[in-house]
Design a protein around this ligand. Structure first.
Ligand code: GAP
Length: 448
């Protein structure tokens, strides 16, 4: 991350360019809730697609699933969340702000210096009622992790997929936590999306698989452009392991507020399946035909936050630079993550340019997320595309009407080349389809 990237700059860019808005803004917003705008929804979708592609599509040992947010309440007793998914809460006796006791240094209110109450354990699960009666018997929870939907379907998936262990089950979906101190934009919110893989393995092989997945996950972030120096691993101390974990590593990223958790990769042992077997009365052991053994599998769990990943990709790609005599802000997003892959820009609003420019846009948008922009000066439109991270701009000018060629401008190098229209689609496809993202390749291909 360049030294001058602050959270304020990221929040401001996100608002200005339609990535992320405060939720319910016209009513003054709702604490820690955010809405994804037209650019944000594309970026977020691209992050999820990139994860799904690597974790599910490109592997024959992982399948996907999509389970419901509300589950049988016994699930959360079995998983330990009813008893143990808590943070110590203290309240200021003067200003009544609430804090997490383990984040307070001098036992005084960080806001006003007032005296604090004794800590009490606060459960982070959101509770609601299913059906018309608001009574204890109808209490249900909004899931605080997607993982439990996977564990309770372990048997269904093993039986129907006819796959053998090691087997992974992956899920992307919303989770909810009534965090005491949400904050840092979309870093910690009360509603967020998880991308979770539960990878079931034979006991005894779990340590090796934990190492394997730690490496896989680090490689994934780097393959999508995150700077290696901004990532690090941190192993949990025995005293901070979650109630279900035998071992755990955090992938940390150097966010503007400092090194913070981006993803957790835990060895959950056989805790969850054993607990669900006990509480449901169902046998959740697995018969390993190859070794002729029956056992309760161990689980390795890489668990990432979609929103937190979006924030890391935004921060890492954010650059301010002086080019062509002016300042520009550019998001050097990996092309697969960029909300728009290409923008079609007629040189001016002159009506002679519009038909061809529109035609180029129509042709491109069936293959790529494409933007069409004919407002303001061409310079300003380039700046806007730079700020949303569009890898390529295609400019239609008066010469294009004569020679059927357009100018392609590449976001990072600012290199420009003229290309016959009939080659445009193929050239962009080659550049965007996962080849090394280096503008010189496109131009080199042309020169051959
Ligand atoms: N199933 C295991 C689990 O949920 P976790 O470490 O609590 O583990 C995994 O969460 C990831 O989910 C975190 O590394 C983070 O990226 C994301 N996450 C957790 N709580 C979050 C919150 N309140 N807001 C945004 N993202 C969150």
């Amino acid at each position: 991350m360049p030294a001058d990237v602050t959270m304020d700059k990221i929040v401001s860019l996100c608002k200005r360019r339609g990535f992320i808005f405060p939720s319910s803004e016209i009513y003054g917003g709702l604490g820690s809730c955010w809405d994804y705008g037209p650019m944000g929804v594309e970026l977020k979708r691209n992050v999820k697609n990139a994860w799904w592609r690597t974790i599910v599509q490109e592997r024959d040992d992982v399948v996907g699933i999509d389970t419901s947010i509300m589950m049988h309440p016994e699930v959360w007793k079995a998983s330990g969340h009813v008893d143990s998914f808590t943070d110590p809460l203290v309240e200021c006796k003067s200003c009544h702000l609430r804090w997490r006791a383990d984040e307070i240094e001098n036992q005084k209110c960080p806001q006003c210096g007032g005296e604090l109450t004794e800590p009490r354990m606060f459960n982070l699960m959101f509770r609601t009622f299913m059906g018309p009666l608001e009574e204890t018997a109808s209490t249900v929870y909004l899931r605080p992790e997607t993982a439990q939907g996977i564990f309770v379907n372990f048997e269904n998936v093993v039986t129907t997929s006819r796959k053998k262990l090691p087997l992974g089950i992956a899920q992307i979906g919303k989770s909810f936590r009534n965090e005491i101190t949400p904050g840092n934009f979309i870093f910690r919110t009360r509603e967020f999306e998880h991308m979770e893989l539960e990878y079931f393995v034979k006991p005894g092989t779990d340590d090796g698989w934990l190492d394997y997945w730690v490496k896989q996950r680090l490689d994934w972030y780097m393959s999508l452009g995150i700077t290696k120096e901004n990532l690090r691993l941190r192993q949990h101390g025995k005293d901070e392991l979650a109630h279900y974990a035998k071992d755990c590593y955090d992938v940390e990223y150097l966010f503007p507020m400092g090194w913070s958790e981006l993803e957790g990769i835990a060895n959950r042992s056989d805790y969850d399946l054993t607990q669900h077997a006990k509480h449901s009365g169902k046998d959740l052991s697995y018969y390993d035909g190859q070794d002729g053994e029956r056992y309760v599998p161990y689980v390795i769990e890489p668990s990432a936050g979609v929103d937190r990943s979006v924030l890391a990709f935004l921060v890492d790609s954010y650059h301010e630079e002086v080019v062509e005599g002016g300042n520009r802000v550019v998001l050097r997003l990996h092309p697969s993550l960029a909300p728009m892959k290409v923008a079609v820009l007629p040189l001016s609003r002159n009506e002679r340019l519009a038909p061809l420019a529109r035609d180029v846009y129509r042709r491109l948008c069936s293959s790529f997320m494409a933007d069409y922009d004919d407002s303001q000066s061409i310079g300003r439109r380039y700046r806007r595309q730079d700020e949303i991270g569009t890898p390529f701009c295609v400019t239609v000018d008066f010469e294009s009407l004569q020679d059927n060629q357009v100018t392609i401008r590449e976001r990072d190098s600012l290199a420009q080349i003229r290309l016959p229209l009939e080659e445009l689609d193929e050239a962009l496809r080659a550049k965007l389809s996962g080849e090394a993202f280096d503008a010189t390749t496109l131009w080199a291909t042309r020169e051959k």
